[in-house]
Design a binder for this molecule. Structure first.
Ligand SMILES: Nc1nc2c(c(=O)[nH]1)N[C@H]1C(S)=C(S)[C@@H](COP(=O)(O)O)O[C@H]1N2
Ligand SMILES: [Mo]
Length: 439
């Protein structure tokens, strides 16, 4: 991985400043004060000096936490059609995340939706020639649709649907999991337009023994070997047949960006983003759990029972990730905000909870000792994220962190520390934190 052009390129660009190059490559991992370094309490006082502010609630600060001011990275890299503020997490295949403060829009704009590619995106896409095939042992007959067929034969639906990569937050696991080092921004909630997967499958006829669907896309394996899928995942029939599960051709009323699956993709809102197949050209209806690429092995699975950090877990002890856990983001202000003593700080963000809805969002500026309830809006539709906002008072000058914690409709809350370690580093839904300085 380190030998790729991207890494060489970055080192070339930053010949004078190799540390900066490392930061660009590894994100926050090798930040001067390492996120992985376990801080001793005494370190906090040194850090206060570095921050130029007192840390009023230092005594409540869990050991091992790095002040959010140091955890931020503002490095960026350009991808065509995407906001220059996106952070590249991988160059081949391209993956990039959106910093929290760029996710402030209610509906995520196209240029701010993260990218997670497992293979090489297709080139020379011709929507007029695009075909979606429906196959598999549990569909009554095979069928094929052009985009025009789909648009003409089935009713159109538009839903705002949250997509989050299961690996979002991976960079915080310890021992580290050396795959895409996502921080918090592998999530977005655009509006998708398409037809219901259910309508399409039912127009052909689903056999009684159907248990799962699987998708195939037109991207190619990184090895260049034909016949190798980069990814081919799926969902159980119950999810496949939900109202909101779409075969979509539009995002926010325009063509889906190429990097996000143009001209056609599956959208399974609230589930691991890996189930929302891009560049969709085939759906199979299966009489068993789909066994395509990254459905088997350890990919997109969690240990069925919690394991010790660093444990080896075998495939038979791993369970497939489905709905994503409750989570939230602070999208305003940007971490590092400065306010004057006595000034109230307005805050806002989003919260989501997989298949469930969010019932509450609370914020804290004293490391979780006290919490303040936020105003929380209803989702635009099922499986859309919800907006929250609040105003916070600060007790005096100094360095603070604001933490946000959402609770889902089943009563589950986000943990304040990184949840259960797992071999692939999935489902870190720890509270998002921002740094605030009161001067
Ligand atoms: N064909 C195809 N579909 C795919 C992927 C891929 O690499 N190829 N990546 C998946 C993963 S892991 C995620 S998180 C989402 C990301 O969607 P986005 O890139 O539009 O944000 O797409 C999913 N669908
Ligand atoms: Mo993902």
């Amino acid at each position: 991985m380190k030998n790729s052009n991207f890494y060489r390129g970055i080192h070339e660009l930053y010949k004078e400043d190799p540390e900066k190059a490392d930061q660009l490559i590894w994100g926050r991992e090798v930040h001067p004060i390492s996120r992985r370094g376990f801080l001793k309490k005494s370190g906090l006082w040194a850090m206060s000096a570095a921050l130029g502010a007192n840390i009023p609630f230092a005594d409540n600060m869990p050991g091992g936490l790095i002040p959010a001011a140091f955890a931020d990275t503002s490095d960026s890299f350009n991808i065509a059609g995407k906001h220059p503020g996106l952070i590249v997490v991988n160059d081949r295949p391209v993956s990039a995340e959106t910093p929290a403060h760029l996710l402030d829009d209610f509906v995520t704009p196209a240029d701010k939706l993260f990218i997670r590619n497992n293979g090489i995106p297709p080139e020379n896409i011709n929507p007029a020639a695009w075909r979606l095939r429906i196959e598999g042992e549990s569909i009554k007959s095979h069928a094929q649709f052009s985009l025009e067929d789909l648009k003409r034969k089935f009713k159109h639906y538009t839903y705002q649907l949250t997509i989050e990569c299961a690996g979002n937050g991976r960079s915080e696991f310890n021992p580290p999991v050396l795959e895409g080092q996502w921080t918090v921004g592998a999530v977005g909630c655009p509006e998708w337009t398409g037809v219901r997967l259910r309508d399409v499958l039912e127009s052909i006829g689903i056999k009684d023994d159907a248990v799962y669907i699987g998708y195939y896309g037109r991207d190619t394996h990184i090895s260049g070997k034909p016949g190798h899928e980069p990814i081919s995942r799926g969902v159980p029939m119950s999810k496949a047949l939900e109202d909101e599960t779409l075969i979509a051709w539009a995002m926010n009323g325009a063509d889906i960006p190429i990097m996000n699956g143009h001209p056609l993709r599956l959208v399974c809102g609230g589930w691991s983003g890996s189930t929302s197949g891009k560049w969709l050209n085939k759906i199979v209806v299966r009489n068993k759990v789909h066994d395509g690429e990254k459905m088997t092995g350890l990919s997109y699975k969690l240990p069925c029972h919690p394991v010790e950090p660093g444990d080896k877990v075998t495939e038979k002890d791993m369970c497939i990730i489905e709905s994503m856990p409750v989570k939230s983001l602070i999208t305003y202000p940007k971490t590092g905000a400065m306010i004057k003593v006595g000034q109230k700080l307005p805050l806002r963000g989003h919260a989501w909870a997989g298949d469930l809805s969010v019932s509450a969002v609370d914020i804290s500026n004293d490391f979780g000792m006290t919490w303040q309830r936020c105003n929380l809006q209803e989702p635009k539709n099922r499986l859309a994220w919800q907006h929250w906002q609040a105003e916070l008072d600060f007790s005096g000058p100094g360095y603070y962190e604001v933490w946000a914690r959402a609770t889902d409709s089943a009563g589950k809350m986000q943990p304040m520390v990184v949840p259960g370690w797992n071999p692939k580093g999935y489902l870190n839904n720890a509270c998002h934190r921002i740094a605030v300085k009161v001067v």
